[in-house]
Design a protein around this ligand. Structure first.
Ligand SMILES: C[S@@+](CC[C@H](N)C(=O)[O-])C[C@H]1O[C@@H](n2cnc3c(N)ncnc32)[C@H](O)[C@@H]1O
Length: 263
């Protein structure tokens, strides 16, 4: 599958920066830290959090990988001191026992077939290496339900056929099972609900415009996307009544596991 087309708008994505960053810190708190590691941050985005990861871990070398040239243009500002960035598709990332930590915050939900993906990432870890992944799993929320509903209508359904817009997450317990099957020495998998108080319900649209809708924009192109967005917006505000403030509930899955170190 080709990587998601590059429709990331950093200003819109960064609008809810503090809210989007909290899961990064929650994920980092799960990592059993030791200095001098070789690390990869998959779907590193603007590199701001990759830089905090690199320094917070006192890593020797951290690679930030992302398929968005827009995101990486900003990331370049953080490069140096063992931190580097590369344009590439996580779907093609593979290595054999090379990394002490594979970290991915809010990116793997763009990729399909998580069982095969986790197996591939697991192989890239050294003995004793750790995997830390956070991915949104907010499919039941009206912001996602509205997108699925509109995408099923024509002409969007035909235009989206063959595009994997946002495959999403497996059921949370599947990740625990996959890690167990891979032989994890230790694991922590949890579903966490983040509660974001936004000024009103229109901010739920702005939030999703900066993330989920970028995938639809890339797949539908400039002809169809504006109509899709208008239909989405109308449906969203049928599903969400006016509310000020508006509480956006956001389910996320946090996954951490450590490989046997061979002892
Ligand atoms: C929601 S952003 C998260 C960025 C960063 N990890 C953070 O926490 O701020 C998702 C990132 O994943 C990247 N991404 C999505 N699919 C990808 C793929 N198949 N290969 C590489 N990067 C991908 C996007 O380009 C985007 O920068």
């Amino acid at each position: 599958m080709p990587a998601q087309a590059d429709s990331w708008d950093i200003a819109t994505y960064d609008r809810y920066r503090a809210e989007r960053q909290q899961p990064f810190y929650d994920l980092l708190a799960l990592v059993e830290i030791a200095p001098g590691w070789r690390v990869a941050d998959l779907g590193c985005g603007t590199g701001e959090l990759t830089s905090r990861l690199h320094r917070g871990l006192a890593a020797e070398a951290t690679l930030g990988l992302d398929s968005s040239a827009h995101m990486l243009a900003t990331a370049a500002n953080y490069a140096g001191g063992g931190l580097s960035f590369e344009l590439g598709d996580i779907a093609e990332f593979s290595a054999e026992a090379e990394y002490d930590l594979l970290f991915s915050n809010a990116a793997l939900h763009w990729l399909p077939d998580h069982m095969a993906l986790l197996e591939r990432l697991w192989r890239a870890l050294k003995p004793g290496g750790q995997l830390a992944v956070q991915l949104p799993a907010n499919q039941p929320h009206p912001t996602q339900v509205a997108a699925v509903e509109i995408a099923a209508r024509e002409p969007y359904a035909a235009a989206l056929a063959g595009h994997s817009v946002a495959p999403g997450a497996l059921a949370v317990e599947r990740y625990a099972e996959v890690l167990h099957a891979l032989g994890a020495a230790k694991q922590h998998v949890r579903l966490q609900v983040y509660a974001h108080e936004l000024p009103d319900e229109t901010h739920a649209f702005t939030w999703i415009r900066g993330s989920l809708l970028t995938g639809y924009e890339a797949a539908l192109g400039p002809e169809l996307y504006p109509r899709f967005e208008a239909a989405y917006r109308a449906r969203l505000f049928e599903l969400i009544p006016p509310s000020a403030p508006y509480l956006l509930t956001y389910r996320r899955i946090l996954i951490w596991a450590r490989k046997w170190n061979g002892e």
